[in-house]
Design a protein around this ligand. Structure first.
Ligand code: FE2
Ligand code: FE2
Length: 256
């Protein structure tokens, strides 16, 4: 449907506009990431003995913290195009990209300063394990959850180098990969919360994510549309790469 200015002027039309934009990105997904997430949170997790929760939370916590490093790298790769990309596109894209990252640290537009997600995770760990989360990740670990998380974190981190692409193309890849991270984490946190709830365990860390991931996805979508077209093959590749990486990570966790 061709949209006119008056059509997008009302809030309901804006929703239609926004959801159709989302569709343009969603159709690049194959939904292959859902089964491994379900297998892990609704299956494997249900049978993990409670005395292993500490090792498990250190492992998957490494993965979650590693996303903060990836967000830093994405922002770097975007800003690193200055001189190559258009001035206003660059600063607008950066603003959309940074909103979800700031949220990780409890900084949300028009909201008071919250606890950081890392602090919420440390609280989750303390409540579940009964002691403080270790300040340092073990250097050499016999913790298979951590080993698996480190391996997949590196795969995702390296993907952001987008070898063979120009700096501009690399920025597009990073911004689209970012959308996939944010969008797929809506389902990820939903299933994670369901999985722990089945074990009668609730945590503000999980609730906080379920509350903000939709919004993160919207910012991430705006960033993609600011810097690129939704059918740009680089966008498609980045989205499908992350879907494969997230599914691969959870498949590996399921096989431990
Ligand atoms: Fe987070
Ligand atoms: Fe997020």
């Amino acid at each position: 449907m061709k949209e006119t200015k008056s059509q997008v002027a009302t809030s309901s039309q804006t929703v239609v506009h926004s959801s159709s934009r989302k569709e343009m990105l969603l159709r690049h997904l194959k939904s292959s990431y859902i089964q491994p997430l379900e297998d892990f949170y609704l299956g494997v997790l249900q049978n993990i003995p409670a005395n292993i929760y500490g090792d498990l939370l250190i492992g998957i916590g490494y993965n979650f913290e590693h996303y903060d490093l990836m967000f830093s790298k994405m922002a770097f790769n975007l800003q690193n195009t200055f001189g190559d990309t258009a001035y206003s596109i660059r600063y607008k894209t950066m603003q959309y990209l940074l909103q979800p990252f700031c949220s990780e640290y409890g900084i949300e537009a028009n909201r008071p300063l919250y606890q950081t997600h890392r602090e919420l995770y440390a609280n989750f760990y303390r409540e579940l394990v009964g002691q403080d989360i270790p300040e340092m990740y073990p250097e050499e670990s016999s913790n298979p959850w951590l080993q698996c998380s480190i391996r997949w974190a590196k795969i995702m981190y390296d993907a952001l180098d987008a070898e063979g692409y120009s700096p501009n193309e690399k920025a597009i890849y990073n911004v689209a990969y970012h959308w996939a991270v944010e969008y797929l984490s809506i389902t990820e946190f939903d299933l994670m919360r369901q999985g722990w709830q089945k074990l009668n365990i609730s945590a503000r860390y999980l609730d906080a994510h379920c509350a903000v991931e939709d919004e993160h996805g919207d910012y991430a979508e705006k960033a993609v549309f600011e810097i690129s077209e939704p059918d740009n093959p680089i966008v498609v590749r980045a989205i499908q790469d992350h879907e494969e990486h997230l599914g691969g990570y959870y498949k590996s966790l399921t096989l431990l």
